[in-house]
Design a protein around this ligand. Structure first.
Ligand code: PFF
Length: 448
Protein backbone atom coordinates (compact mmCIF):
# COMPACT_ATOMS: atom_id res chain seq x y z
CA UNK A 1 0.00 0.00 0.00
CA UNK A 2 1.32 3.44 -0.93
CA UNK A 3 2.36 5.60 1.93
CA UNK A 4 -0.49 7.83 3.07
CA UNK A 5 0.18 11.23 4.47
CA UNK A 6 -2.21 13.57 6.20
CA UNK A 7 -2.81 17.24 5.65
CA UNK A 8 -0.58 19.29 7.91
CA UNK A 9 -3.31 21.61 9.11
CA UNK A 10 -7.08 21.90 9.02
CA UNK A 11 -6.52 24.73 6.59
CA UNK A 12 -4.54 22.43 4.29
CA UNK A 13 -7.38 19.95 4.09
CA UNK A 14 -10.03 22.60 3.55
CA UNK A 15 -7.89 24.48 1.03
CA UNK A 16 -7.49 21.29 -1.00
CA UNK A 17 -11.23 20.58 -0.99
CA UNK A 18 -12.05 24.19 -1.85
CA UNK A 19 -9.31 24.08 -4.49
CA UNK A 20 -11.04 21.11 -6.06
CA UNK A 21 -14.50 22.67 -5.87
CA UNK A 22 -13.67 26.16 -7.09
CA UNK A 23 -12.75 26.14 -10.74
CA UNK A 24 -14.18 26.58 -14.20
CA UNK A 25 -17.44 25.10 -12.94
CA UNK A 26 -18.03 28.31 -11.00
CA UNK A 27 -16.49 30.89 -13.28
CA UNK A 28 -17.22 29.54 -16.75
CA UNK A 29 -20.06 27.04 -16.44
CA UNK A 30 -22.29 28.57 -13.78
CA UNK A 31 -22.89 31.85 -15.68
CA UNK A 32 -23.51 30.03 -18.94
CA UNK A 33 -25.93 27.53 -17.40
CA UNK A 34 -27.76 30.33 -15.59
CA UNK A 35 -27.93 32.23 -18.88
CA UNK A 36 -29.30 29.31 -20.87
CA UNK A 37 -31.86 28.49 -18.18
CA UNK A 38 -33.38 31.90 -17.61
CA UNK A 39 -31.36 33.24 -14.65
CA UNK A 40 -33.14 33.82 -11.33
CA UNK A 41 -35.28 30.69 -11.14
CA UNK A 42 -32.27 28.55 -12.05
CA UNK A 43 -30.23 30.11 -9.26
CA UNK A 44 -33.01 29.52 -6.71
CA UNK A 45 -33.18 25.85 -7.65
CA UNK A 46 -29.38 25.69 -7.56
CA UNK A 47 -29.24 27.00 -4.00
CA UNK A 48 -31.99 24.64 -2.84
CA UNK A 49 -30.04 21.81 -4.41
CA UNK A 50 -26.87 22.78 -2.54
CA UNK A 51 -28.80 22.66 0.72
CA UNK A 52 -30.79 19.47 0.25
CA UNK A 53 -28.31 17.48 -1.79
CA UNK A 54 -24.96 19.22 -2.10
CA UNK A 55 -24.02 19.45 1.57
CA UNK A 56 -25.46 16.00 2.43
CA UNK A 57 -23.52 14.35 -0.40
CA UNK A 58 -20.28 16.17 0.47
CA UNK A 59 -20.73 14.92 4.02
CA UNK A 60 -21.42 11.39 2.78
CA UNK A 61 -18.19 11.37 0.77
CA UNK A 62 -16.32 12.74 3.78
CA UNK A 63 -17.80 10.03 6.02
CA UNK A 64 -16.83 7.25 3.61
CA UNK A 65 -13.33 8.66 3.10
CA UNK A 66 -12.38 9.50 6.64
CA UNK A 67 -13.90 6.46 8.31
CA UNK A 68 -11.79 4.15 6.14
CA UNK A 69 -8.78 6.32 5.19
CA UNK A 70 -8.95 4.59 1.81
CA UNK A 71 -9.82 5.19 -1.80
CA UNK A 72 -13.42 4.54 -2.88
CA UNK A 73 -13.04 0.90 -3.86
CA UNK A 74 -11.16 -0.17 -0.75
CA UNK A 75 -13.52 1.92 1.38
CA UNK A 76 -16.64 0.23 0.02
CA UNK A 77 -15.07 -3.20 0.39
CA UNK A 78 -14.12 -2.42 3.96
CA UNK A 79 -17.52 -0.95 4.85
CA UNK A 80 -19.56 -3.67 3.14
CA UNK A 81 -17.48 -6.86 3.09
CA UNK A 82 -18.65 -9.52 0.66
CA UNK A 83 -20.97 -7.09 -1.17
CA UNK A 84 -20.59 -5.72 -4.66
CA UNK A 85 -21.03 -2.00 -3.87
CA UNK A 86 -17.36 -1.42 -4.67
CA UNK A 87 -18.15 -1.91 -8.37
CA UNK A 88 -19.53 1.61 -8.31
CA UNK A 89 -15.90 2.80 -8.23
CA UNK A 90 -15.57 2.00 -11.93
CA UNK A 91 -18.39 4.42 -12.72
CA UNK A 92 -16.51 7.08 -10.72
CA UNK A 93 -13.33 6.47 -12.71
CA UNK A 94 -15.20 6.68 -16.01
CA UNK A 95 -16.96 9.83 -14.82
CA UNK A 96 -13.68 11.46 -13.82
CA UNK A 97 -12.21 10.82 -17.28
CA UNK A 98 -15.25 12.33 -18.99
CA UNK A 99 -15.14 15.43 -16.81
CA UNK A 100 -11.45 16.01 -17.36
CA UNK A 101 -11.93 15.29 -21.08
CA UNK A 102 -14.08 18.35 -21.77
CA UNK A 103 -12.84 20.41 -18.83
CA UNK A 104 -9.24 20.55 -20.02
CA UNK A 105 -10.37 21.96 -23.38
CA UNK A 106 -11.77 24.96 -21.53
CA UNK A 107 -8.56 25.15 -19.48
CA UNK A 108 -6.78 25.36 -22.84
CA UNK A 109 -8.96 28.32 -23.82
CA UNK A 110 -8.00 29.98 -20.53
CA UNK A 111 -4.31 29.66 -21.44
CA UNK A 112 -4.98 31.17 -24.88
CA UNK A 113 -6.76 34.10 -23.23
CA UNK A 114 -3.90 34.48 -20.78
CA UNK A 115 -1.58 34.65 -23.77
CA UNK A 116 -3.82 37.14 -25.60
CA UNK A 117 -4.03 39.21 -22.43
CA UNK A 118 -0.23 39.26 -22.23
CA UNK A 119 -0.07 40.43 -25.86
CA UNK A 120 -2.52 43.20 -25.01
CA UNK A 121 -5.12 41.88 -27.44
CA UNK A 122 -8.02 41.94 -25.00
CA UNK A 123 -8.76 45.60 -25.38
CA UNK A 124 -9.75 48.07 -28.05
CA UNK A 125 -12.26 45.84 -29.83
CA UNK A 126 -16.02 45.72 -30.26
CA UNK A 127 -18.18 42.95 -28.73
CA UNK A 128 -18.57 41.49 -32.23
CA UNK A 129 -14.79 41.34 -32.59
CA UNK A 130 -14.47 39.48 -29.29
CA UNK A 131 -17.10 37.10 -30.53
CA UNK A 132 -15.12 36.55 -33.74
CA UNK A 133 -11.94 36.11 -31.71
CA UNK A 134 -13.43 33.22 -29.77
CA UNK A 135 -14.91 31.70 -32.94
CA UNK A 136 -11.49 31.84 -34.59
CA UNK A 137 -9.92 30.08 -31.60
CA UNK A 138 -12.33 27.17 -31.54
CA UNK A 139 -12.36 26.89 -35.33
CA UNK A 140 -8.62 26.22 -35.33
CA UNK A 141 -7.85 22.57 -34.51
CA UNK A 142 -4.19 23.41 -33.92
CA UNK A 143 -4.81 26.12 -31.41
CA UNK A 144 -7.64 24.34 -29.67
CA UNK A 145 -5.81 21.03 -29.38
CA UNK A 146 -2.43 22.66 -28.78
CA UNK A 147 -3.52 24.69 -25.76
CA UNK A 148 -5.41 21.71 -24.35
CA UNK A 149 -2.34 19.52 -24.60
CA UNK A 150 -0.17 22.22 -23.08
CA UNK A 151 -2.54 22.44 -20.14
CA UNK A 152 -2.57 18.67 -19.65
CA UNK A 153 1.21 18.48 -19.83
CA UNK A 154 1.42 21.07 -17.05
CA UNK A 155 -1.21 19.22 -15.05
CA UNK A 156 0.58 15.88 -15.25
CA UNK A 157 3.99 17.46 -14.69
CA UNK A 158 2.75 18.85 -11.40
CA UNK A 159 1.34 15.44 -10.52
CA UNK A 160 4.49 13.56 -11.49
CA UNK A 161 6.86 15.84 -9.66
CA UNK A 162 4.77 15.50 -6.53
CA UNK A 163 4.46 19.25 -6.20
CA UNK A 164 0.73 19.19 -5.60
CA UNK A 165 1.33 20.28 -2.04
CA UNK A 166 3.26 23.24 -3.44
CA UNK A 167 0.37 23.96 -5.76
CA UNK A 168 -2.00 23.79 -2.82
CA UNK A 169 0.12 26.30 -1.00
CA UNK A 170 0.14 28.57 -4.03
CA UNK A 171 -3.60 28.06 -4.34
CA UNK A 172 -4.21 29.04 -0.76
CA UNK A 173 -2.84 32.46 -1.70
CA UNK A 174 -4.39 32.52 -5.16
CA UNK A 175 -7.90 31.50 -4.06
CA UNK A 176 -8.45 34.38 -1.64
CA UNK A 177 -6.97 36.66 -4.29
CA UNK A 178 -9.43 35.31 -6.84
CA UNK A 179 -12.20 36.06 -4.40
CA UNK A 180 -11.01 39.65 -3.98
CA UNK A 181 -10.64 40.17 -7.71
CA UNK A 182 -14.12 38.82 -8.33
CA UNK A 183 -15.50 41.34 -5.86
CA UNK A 184 -13.65 44.18 -7.58
CA UNK A 185 -14.99 43.04 -10.97
CA UNK A 186 -18.49 42.79 -9.53
CA UNK A 187 -18.35 46.39 -8.30
CA UNK A 188 -17.12 47.45 -11.69
CA UNK A 189 -19.95 45.58 -13.43
CA UNK A 190 -22.53 47.03 -11.09
CA UNK A 191 -21.56 50.49 -12.27
CA UNK A 192 -22.31 49.63 -15.90
CA UNK A 193 -25.39 50.99 -17.69
CA UNK A 194 -27.08 47.57 -17.99
CA UNK A 195 -26.45 46.59 -14.37
CA UNK A 196 -30.08 46.69 -13.24
CA UNK A 197 -31.18 44.40 -16.09
CA UNK A 198 -28.35 42.03 -15.31
CA UNK A 199 -29.23 41.83 -11.63
CA UNK A 200 -32.91 41.38 -12.39
CA UNK A 201 -32.06 38.53 -14.74
CA UNK A 202 -29.89 36.93 -12.10
CA UNK A 203 -31.98 37.33 -8.98
CA UNK A 204 -35.61 37.81 -10.01
CA UNK A 205 -36.95 34.30 -10.38
CA UNK A 206 -39.25 33.90 -13.36
CA UNK A 207 -40.43 30.34 -12.97
CA UNK A 208 -42.17 30.39 -16.33
CA UNK A 209 -38.66 30.41 -17.81
CA UNK A 210 -37.60 27.30 -15.93
CA UNK A 211 -38.05 23.95 -17.62
CA UNK A 212 -37.54 20.56 -16.12
CA UNK A 213 -34.42 20.36 -18.16
CA UNK A 214 -33.33 23.52 -16.32
CA UNK A 215 -33.94 21.87 -12.96
CA UNK A 216 -31.81 18.92 -14.02
CA UNK A 217 -29.12 21.34 -15.22
CA UNK A 218 -29.16 23.09 -11.84
CA UNK A 219 -28.68 19.78 -10.04
CA UNK A 220 -25.93 18.67 -12.42
CA UNK A 221 -24.23 22.07 -12.14
CA UNK A 222 -24.30 21.86 -8.33
CA UNK A 223 -22.70 18.41 -8.40
CA UNK A 224 -20.00 19.38 -10.88
CA UNK A 225 -19.26 22.56 -9.00
CA UNK A 226 -18.95 20.85 -5.62
CA UNK A 227 -16.85 18.00 -7.11
CA UNK A 228 -19.28 15.38 -5.80
CA UNK A 229 -20.62 12.11 -7.18
CA UNK A 230 -17.40 10.65 -8.58
CA UNK A 231 -15.59 10.00 -5.30
CA UNK A 232 -13.15 12.91 -5.55
CA UNK A 233 -13.94 14.04 -2.03
CA UNK A 234 -13.70 10.47 -0.75
CA UNK A 235 -10.09 10.43 -1.87
CA UNK A 236 -9.39 13.84 -0.34
CA UNK A 237 -11.15 13.19 2.95
CA UNK A 238 -9.35 9.87 3.33
CA UNK A 239 -6.40 12.07 4.31
CA UNK A 240 -8.37 14.16 6.83
CA UNK A 241 -7.34 13.96 10.46
CA UNK A 242 -9.64 12.47 13.05
CA UNK A 243 -10.26 15.73 14.85
CA UNK A 244 -11.46 17.61 11.75
CA UNK A 245 -15.11 18.62 12.02
CA UNK A 246 -16.66 17.14 8.88
CA UNK A 247 -19.84 19.20 9.18
CA UNK A 248 -17.91 22.44 9.48
CA UNK A 249 -15.65 21.58 6.56
CA UNK A 250 -18.51 20.44 4.32
CA UNK A 251 -20.53 23.59 4.91
CA UNK A 252 -17.46 25.80 4.44
CA UNK A 253 -16.65 24.17 1.10
CA UNK A 254 -20.26 24.49 -0.08
CA UNK A 255 -20.54 28.08 1.08
CA UNK A 256 -17.31 29.30 -0.51
CA UNK A 257 -18.01 27.45 -3.74
CA UNK A 258 -21.50 28.93 -4.03
CA UNK A 259 -20.19 32.42 -3.26
CA UNK A 260 -17.67 32.19 -6.09
CA UNK A 261 -20.38 31.02 -8.51
CA UNK A 262 -22.76 33.81 -7.57
CA UNK A 263 -20.02 36.44 -7.71
CA UNK A 264 -19.15 35.20 -11.20
CA UNK A 265 -22.77 35.71 -12.18
CA UNK A 266 -22.79 39.23 -10.72
CA UNK A 267 -19.59 39.97 -12.63
CA UNK A 268 -20.88 38.66 -15.96
CA UNK A 269 -24.60 39.50 -16.31
CA UNK A 270 -24.61 43.28 -15.91
CA UNK A 271 -21.94 43.28 -18.63
CA UNK A 272 -23.98 40.86 -20.77
CA UNK A 273 -26.89 43.31 -20.79
CA UNK A 274 -24.67 46.33 -21.09
CA UNK A 275 -22.88 44.99 -24.20
CA UNK A 276 -26.00 43.45 -25.73
CA UNK A 277 -24.60 39.90 -25.69
CA UNK A 278 -27.17 37.07 -25.71
CA UNK A 279 -27.40 35.54 -22.18
CA UNK A 280 -28.05 32.21 -23.89
CA UNK A 281 -24.67 32.22 -25.67
CA UNK A 282 -23.65 29.00 -23.85
CA UNK A 283 -20.03 27.89 -23.36
CA UNK A 284 -18.65 30.96 -25.16
CA UNK A 285 -20.45 33.43 -22.85
CA UNK A 286 -17.63 34.51 -20.54
CA UNK A 287 -15.07 34.63 -23.34
CA UNK A 288 -17.23 37.14 -25.21
CA UNK A 289 -18.02 39.27 -22.20
CA UNK A 290 -14.85 39.39 -20.08
CA UNK A 291 -12.62 41.35 -22.50
CA UNK A 292 -15.26 44.08 -22.58
CA UNK A 293 -15.15 44.23 -18.79
CA UNK A 294 -11.35 44.56 -18.68
CA UNK A 295 -11.50 47.22 -21.33
CA UNK A 296 -13.71 49.38 -19.14
CA UNK A 297 -11.36 49.23 -16.17
CA UNK A 298 -8.42 51.44 -15.45
CA UNK A 299 -5.31 49.28 -15.84
CA UNK A 300 -7.37 46.74 -17.79
CA UNK A 301 -4.24 45.07 -19.16
CA UNK A 302 -3.05 44.08 -15.69
CA UNK A 303 -6.54 43.05 -14.53
CA UNK A 304 -6.95 40.77 -17.53
CA UNK A 305 -3.59 39.11 -16.93
CA UNK A 306 -4.23 38.67 -13.24
CA UNK A 307 -7.73 37.34 -13.78
CA UNK A 308 -6.74 34.64 -16.26
CA UNK A 309 -3.73 33.69 -14.17
CA UNK A 310 -5.92 33.15 -11.12
CA UNK A 311 -8.52 31.23 -13.11
CA UNK A 312 -5.71 29.09 -14.51
CA UNK A 313 -4.60 28.14 -10.99
CA UNK A 314 -8.17 27.54 -9.88
CA UNK A 315 -8.62 25.15 -12.83
CA UNK A 316 -5.33 23.42 -12.16
CA UNK A 317 -6.26 22.58 -8.57
CA UNK A 318 -9.52 21.14 -9.91
CA UNK A 319 -7.90 19.00 -12.63
CA UNK A 320 -5.30 17.78 -10.15
CA UNK A 321 -8.07 16.51 -7.88
CA UNK A 322 -9.83 14.96 -10.88
CA UNK A 323 -6.68 13.19 -12.07
CA UNK A 324 -6.04 11.88 -8.57
CA UNK A 325 -9.19 9.74 -8.77
CA UNK A 326 -7.81 7.24 -11.34
CA UNK A 327 -4.20 7.70 -10.18
CA UNK A 328 -4.91 6.77 -6.55
CA UNK A 329 -7.10 3.91 -7.74
CA UNK A 330 -4.35 2.45 -9.95
CA UNK A 331 -1.70 2.80 -7.28
CA UNK A 332 -3.71 1.40 -4.39
CA UNK A 333 -5.84 -1.19 -6.14
CA UNK A 334 -3.60 -2.34 -8.98
CA UNK A 335 -0.29 -1.82 -7.22
CA UNK A 336 1.18 0.17 -10.09
CA UNK A 337 3.92 2.65 -9.36
CA UNK A 338 2.95 6.32 -9.31
CA UNK A 339 4.74 7.15 -12.61
CA UNK A 340 2.97 4.28 -14.39
CA UNK A 341 -0.40 5.34 -12.96
CA UNK A 342 0.23 8.88 -14.12
CA UNK A 343 1.22 7.80 -17.63
CA UNK A 344 -1.93 5.68 -18.06
CA UNK A 345 -4.16 8.45 -16.77
CA UNK A 346 -2.39 11.02 -18.96
CA UNK A 347 -2.72 8.92 -22.13
CA UNK A 348 -6.44 8.28 -21.70
CA UNK A 349 -7.08 11.92 -20.80
CA UNK A 350 -5.09 13.17 -23.79
CA UNK A 351 -7.12 11.06 -26.19
CA UNK A 352 -10.47 12.14 -24.74
CA UNK A 353 -9.53 15.82 -24.55
CA UNK A 354 -8.18 15.86 -28.09
CA UNK A 355 -11.45 14.45 -29.39
CA UNK A 356 -13.39 17.03 -27.34
CA UNK A 357 -11.19 19.86 -28.69
CA UNK A 358 -11.62 18.64 -32.27
CA UNK A 359 -15.39 18.55 -31.91
CA UNK A 360 -15.42 22.34 -32.43
CA UNK A 361 -13.70 22.11 -35.79
CA UNK A 362 -12.58 18.92 -37.58
CA UNK A 363 -15.26 16.78 -35.93
CA UNK A 364 -17.99 19.41 -35.80
CA UNK A 365 -20.29 17.36 -38.01
CA UNK A 366 -20.22 14.43 -35.59
CA UNK A 367 -23.23 14.72 -33.31
CA UNK A 368 -25.03 12.54 -30.82
CA UNK A 369 -28.64 13.38 -29.89
CA UNK A 370 -28.09 16.64 -31.76
CA UNK A 371 -25.14 17.62 -29.56
CA UNK A 372 -21.43 17.93 -30.38
CA UNK A 373 -19.00 15.53 -28.71
CA UNK A 374 -17.90 18.29 -26.33
CA UNK A 375 -21.50 19.02 -25.36
CA UNK A 376 -22.26 15.34 -24.89
CA UNK A 377 -19.29 14.99 -22.55
CA UNK A 378 -20.19 18.16 -20.68
CA UNK A 379 -23.82 17.05 -20.31
CA UNK A 380 -23.12 13.40 -19.53
CA UNK A 381 -20.48 14.23 -16.93
CA UNK A 382 -22.61 16.39 -14.69
CA UNK A 383 -26.21 15.50 -15.52
CA UNK A 384 -25.68 11.75 -15.68
CA UNK A 385 -22.46 10.52 -14.08
CA UNK A 386 -22.15 12.95 -11.19
CA UNK A 387 -25.88 13.07 -10.49
CA UNK A 388 -26.30 9.30 -10.49
CA UNK A 389 -23.03 8.97 -8.57
CA UNK A 390 -24.36 11.39 -5.98
CA UNK A 391 -27.56 9.37 -5.80
CA UNK A 392 -25.58 6.19 -5.18
CA UNK A 393 -23.46 7.88 -2.50
CA UNK A 394 -26.54 9.34 -0.79
CA UNK A 395 -28.41 6.06 -0.77
CA UNK A 396 -25.40 4.06 0.30
CA UNK A 397 -24.71 6.24 3.33
CA UNK A 398 -28.42 6.78 4.04
CA UNK A 399 -29.61 3.20 3.77
CA UNK A 400 -26.69 0.80 3.84
CA UNK A 401 -23.92 2.20 6.00
CA UNK A 402 -23.77 1.42 9.71
CA UNK A 403 -25.42 4.30 11.62
CA UNK A 404 -22.83 4.05 14.35
CA UNK A 405 -20.02 4.83 11.91
CA UNK A 406 -21.97 7.82 10.60
CA UNK A 407 -22.61 9.08 14.12
CA UNK A 408 -18.96 8.61 15.09
CA UNK A 409 -17.77 10.50 12.03
CA UNK A 410 -20.15 13.41 12.52
CA UNK A 411 -19.34 13.77 16.22
CA UNK A 412 -15.69 12.68 16.12
CA UNK A 413 -16.43 9.80 18.45
CA UNK A 414 -18.85 11.76 20.64
CA UNK A 415 -16.66 14.87 21.05
CA UNK A 416 -18.84 17.13 18.91
CA UNK A 417 -22.59 17.74 18.84
CA UNK A 418 -24.30 15.75 16.12
CA UNK A 419 -27.16 18.18 15.53
CA UNK A 420 -26.96 17.75 11.78
CA UNK A 421 -27.44 13.97 11.82
CA UNK A 422 -31.27 13.69 11.57
CA UNK A 423 -31.32 16.28 8.75
CA UNK A 424 -28.53 14.50 6.96
CA UNK A 425 -30.15 11.10 7.17
CA UNK A 426 -33.53 12.45 6.05
CA UNK A 427 -31.99 14.15 2.99
CA UNK A 428 -29.90 11.11 2.09
CA UNK A 429 -32.70 8.61 2.52
CA UNK A 430 -35.66 10.44 1.02
CA UNK A 431 -35.03 13.86 -0.45
CA UNK A 432 -32.09 12.99 -2.71
CA UNK A 433 -33.48 9.75 -4.20
CA UNK A 434 -37.02 11.04 -4.65
CA UNK A 435 -36.01 14.29 -6.34
CA UNK A 436 -33.49 12.69 -8.69
CA UNK A 437 -35.89 9.88 -9.50
CA UNK A 438 -38.67 12.30 -10.49
CA UNK A 439 -36.38 14.42 -12.59
CA UNK A 440 -35.29 11.35 -14.52
CA UNK A 441 -38.85 10.14 -14.96
CA UNK A 442 -39.84 13.47 -16.46
CA UNK A 443 -36.83 13.52 -18.71
CA UNK A 444 -37.39 10.08 -20.08
CA UNK A 445 -40.96 11.15 -20.83
CA UNK A 446 -42.52 8.49 -18.59
CA UNK A 447 -44.13 11.16 -16.44
CA UNK A 448 -45.83 14.27 -17.81
N1 PFF B 1 -15.59 21.40 -9.08
C1 PFF B 1 -14.77 21.73 -10.20
C2 PFF B 1 -15.23 23.05 -10.77
O1 PFF B 1 -16.26 23.58 -10.36
O2 PFF B 1 -14.57 23.57 -11.65
C3 PFF B 1 -14.74 20.63 -11.23
C4 PFF B 1 -14.50 19.26 -10.66
C5 PFF B 1 -13.34 18.96 -9.95
C6 PFF B 1 -15.45 18.27 -10.81
C7 PFF B 1 -13.14 17.71 -9.40
C8 PFF B 1 -15.26 17.01 -10.29
C9 PFF B 1 -14.11 16.74 -9.58
F1 PFF B 1 -13.94 15.54 -9.10
Amino acid sequence: MAKRVGFATRLGAIAAAVGSAVGLGNIWRFPYEAGVNGGGAFIMVYIVCILIMGIPVILSEFIIGRSTHSNMKAALRQLSPGKKYYLFTYICILGSFIVIGFYSVVCGWIIEYLYQAALGNLSGHTPQEYNDMFSALVASPWRCVGWTILFLVLNFLVLSRGIEKGIERVASIMMPLLFVILIIFCINSLLMPGAADGLRFLFEPDFSELTLRGVLDAFGQAFLSLSIGISCLVTYSSYFKDDTSLVKDATTVAFLDTMVAILSGVMIFPAVFSFGVEPTAGPRLIFEVLPGIFQQMMGGYVWALLFFLLVFFASLTSTISLSEIPITFLIEEHKTSRPVAIVWTAVITLVLSTVAALSFNVLDNVTLFGKSIFDVMDYAASNIFMLLGGLFTAMYVGWVMDRKVIHDQLTNGGKLKGAMEPYLIFCLRYVAPVSIFFIFLYLTGILY
